[in-house]
Design a protein around this ligand. Structure first.
Ligand code: NAD
Length: 488
């Protein structure tokens, strides 16, 4: 049966073509999903515009608005296994990972519910006895939330929760390959009693549904997570309309292992940083710099740990790496590795797709490590979004910093060193929105997240993340009984 889409509180067969999604582990049909048309976008936006202005939502006390998010968090927590399994079938990530993403979605809903209840307004310093000034925040209106396929439920909640907490309506355009998580969230918000129209979920092609949504005159913010090229295009769309955007984009994050690093800690952190999610993570630590003094020792351990990773069926317990999202994506990853070979790179492990036994049916690519290239090589400069690590050697701190920062991206970076003064000094000079010292790919909902340079604009998460979905207003309150002397 075709899965309907969610427009303004109604489950409907959208006007776009029905699309199929496939289980990346064996290519079998996963679901058939209705998609939206431009007319559906129009209907959802008009309903959203009415809904956020409705006094029953606008004037609802913050703790009552928060209650909906708390209820959704509880509903998610009751269905972790079901939601994780659905997501594993959608994008092929191992169950342990998708469970983590589901729990993170529940935590995000709770966090922004609490932020909503406890948000303070400001009383700016008073400069006159004639009037007092207050600063308040208002919702923006209708928000377009456009998300990628790699961590659906978590990235969607990261936009829906603060946007609703701030009093807006949200229309989600999930990735073509993974619309099921967003549709499941719509069901849970409906069950939690969110008034109709405040949330719509419109699956469909980015170039049709995403484009129509972003360009709609009533959409007052585009909150986008995805590739840098799409983000740049959406920034142009937003510039035409003079509306804010938040853009969470791609990365090519450097990880640095100093000569005084705890080798075991660092090697395990590096393996996790690049190969978890099969490298399909914006913050994957895909460019590794190792100090010449420990290069051989560190690389020996890194290759050992990599050889022990279990690549396999994502529903099997103990699998470290599942398949890549699709055959097309596998071809792109393999193309980068071929290019590295052509540029003189030495493939230390991996480098050829896996096709033994059940893997012949899926899009499996092994953890791959490439050495012998310089930082200017294509695989050091372009985002591969797959299980491919490039290794570079260094021995001078200034040269290391120049090379690590020589990238159009600036999403994240890792530093492994027992010298905290040095780690701090390097961390402050690295051009990246997130720095991990002696850890990697760890997240807290209370720490703002976003990119430097072409990795993005704006920040998500953090207590003040809710303000990204609001606009500030100053209110002047006259205190004087004396009429203004300017005109009599
Ligand atoms: P993508 O840019 O191709 O697609 C992302 C979303 O944008 C999808 O929903 C897609 O349908 C939509 N889209 C495409 N063209 C559009 C258009 N013209 N108008 C409106 N919407 C459009 O990215 P992807 O391949 O789905 O995801 C992988 C990328 O996402 C990687 O570059 C990765 O680094 C990035 N990413 C970034 C973060 C972060 O937080 N910085 C997190 C996850 C993924």
């Amino acid at each position: 049966m075709t899965k309907p889409i969610f427009i303004a509180g109604q489950w409907k067969q959208g006007g776009g073509p029905v699309r199929a999604t496939y289980f990346p582990a064996d290519g079998s049909l996963n679901a058939e999903i209705a998609t939206a048309s431009a007319e559906d976008v129009e209907e959802a936006v008009q309903a959203a515009e009415r809904a956020w202005r409705e006094p029953q939502w606008r004037n609802r006390m913050p703790h009552e608005r928060a209650a909906v998010l708390y209820r959704v968090a509880d509903l998610i927590s009751q269905r972790v296994d079901e939601l994780a399994s659905m997501q594993t079938r959608d994008n092929g990530k191992p169950l342990a990972e998708t469970r983590g993403l589901v729990m993170s979605a529940a935590a995000t809903a709770r966090y922004f519910a609490a932020a909503c209840e406890t948000l303070d307004e400001q009383l700016p310093a008073q400069r006159s006895s004639e009037f007092m000034t207050l600063s308040v925040h208002e919702p923006l209106g209708v928000i377009a939330a456009i998300t990628p396929w790699n961590s659906p439920i978590a990235s969607e909640m990261q936009k829906i929760a603060p946007a609703l907490a701030a009093g807006n309506a949200v229309i989600v355009k999930p990735a073509d390959a993974t619309p099921l998580a967003a549709l499941a969230l719509a069901e849970l918000f409906e069950e939690a009693g969110l008034p109709k129209g405040l949330l719509s979920v419109l699956p469909g092609r980015g170039s049709v549904v995403g484009e129509a949504l972003a360009a709609h005159p009533l959409v007052r913010k585009i909150s986008f997570t995805g590739g840098t090229g799409t983000g740049r295009h959406l920034a142009h769309v937003a510039a035409e309309k003079l509306i804010p955007t938040s853009l969470e984009l791609g990365g090519k994050s450097p990880t640095i292992v100093f000569e005084d690093a705890d080798i075991e800690l660092a090697a395990r952190g590096v393996v996790y940083g690049i190969f978890s999610s099969s490298g399909q993570a914006c913050i994957a630590g895909s460019r590794l710099f190792v100090h010449a003094k420990v290069y051989d020792r560190f690389m020996g351990r890194l290759l050992e740990l990599t050889a022990n990773l279990r690549v396999g069926h994502p529903e099997e317990p103990g699998t470290h790496m599942g398949p890549l999202i699709s055959e097309a994506h596998l071809a792109s990853v393999a193309g980068f590795v071929d290019q590295a070979r052509a540029e003189g790179g030495e493939i230390l492990c991996g480098g050829t797709r896996l096709a033994e036994g059940h893997m012949a049916q899926g899009s499996y690519y092994p953890p791959t490590i490439i050495a012998g290239l310089d930082n200017g090589a294509s695989v050091c400069q372009q985002e591969i979004f797959g299980p491919v690590l490039v290794v570079l050697k260094f021995d001078d701190e200034a040269d290391l910093l120049a090379r690590a920062n020589n990238s159009v991206f600036g999403l994240a970076a890792g530093i492994w060193s027992e010298d905290f003064r040095r780690a701090w000094r390097i961390g402050r000079q690295l051009e990246a929105g997130t720095i991990w010292i002696n850890t990697y790919k760890k997240f807290s909902i209370s720490a703002p997240f976003g990119g430097f340079k072409e990795s993005g604009l704006g920040r998500e998460k953090g207590r003040l993340g809710v303000l990204e979905y609001m606009q500030q207003k100053s209110v002047y309150l006259g205190l004087s009984d004396t009429p203004n002397p300017w005109a009599e």
